[in-house]
Design a protein around this ligand. Sequence first.
Ligand code: C2E
Ligand code: MG
Ligand code: MG
Ligand code: MG
Length: 285
Amino acid sequence: RAKQDQRGRFVWYAQAMASETRQRLTMLHDLRAVIEGQGMQLYYQPQIELSSGQVIGVEALLRWQLPNGQFVPPDRFIPLAEYSGLIIDLGEWVFRTACLQQLEWQQLGVGALRMAVNVSLSQFRHQGFVSMVKRALTELGVSPDMIELEVTESMAMHRIDEVRTVLRQLTALGITVAIDDFGTGFSSLSYLQRLDVNRLKIDRAFVNDLGRQSERASIPEMIVKLGQSLNLKVIAEGVETPEQADHLRELGCDEVQGYLYAKPMPADDFVRWFLMLPEGRVKQG
Ligand code: C2E
Ligand code: MG
Ligand code: MG
Ligand code: MG
């Protein structure tokens, strides 16, 4: 009898779960239609390994286009989405869409490209964040090691204990973490050492100052050295000139991203751009 009871409960439980998953999928489907119908779209910008010229990944960047064709910059609408709480649903849409894109490119044989996704502070601090990430990874069947989250340095240095716990949970899932806009915050080196992160991303303001007579021109070198001593990869964003790329290569920077190679592009344009490259490599120097 007890067994029977238990089985009954199990069947009931399984049915409830299935219908919950179904509901969630339906809701996501609807959400997707709403978000995309409102002009939201992900663009992708390539990330390149400096030593080989190989495209090794992309960063997903959110775009919002108004019905009149104008784009609202993310620096304007992300803070609004954060303030209103919309960032939670929008962020889930971004994460899932980026994962699906990674999977599609991998399965269609375009390439095994690491997908970097930006996360804002209120998303990161939302109590459902880690489970959202975990659920998306398992439901979609994407390899966690092909997904990277970008959190800004100022976020990472805020409430350090909370952040450490969340970063540990995220990296335990197998995904990697990059610290975005690095050099603009005020990281304490001892904290940085204790965080589960894989990559430092040099802020583009410092890349811009490379080779100029400026006090900031030495910051990329310091970040590269820091990365080497903490065993973290270093990527530079906002690389616009061959001189900047050469400079970064000399410093020993691992990876680059910027208009010199490509601007952020819609998925189809990215694929066209990528497939034109001989063996997936950009021309160097
Ligand atoms: P970020 O993550 O630091 O992204 C880098 C920004 O630099 C992007 O601006 C990119 O288009 C731009 N960029 C890349 N290469 C160059 C270059 O060579 N020169 C110059 N001048 N700019 C370059 P974007 O797309 O306007 O995004 C701005 C910020 O908005 C991002 O900074 C990120 O913090 C936020 N953001 C974008 N998409 C998302 C998203 O899906 N979720 C969240 N939470 N934030 C996002
Ligand atoms: Mg970023
Ligand atoms: Mg950045
Ligand atoms: Mg930024």
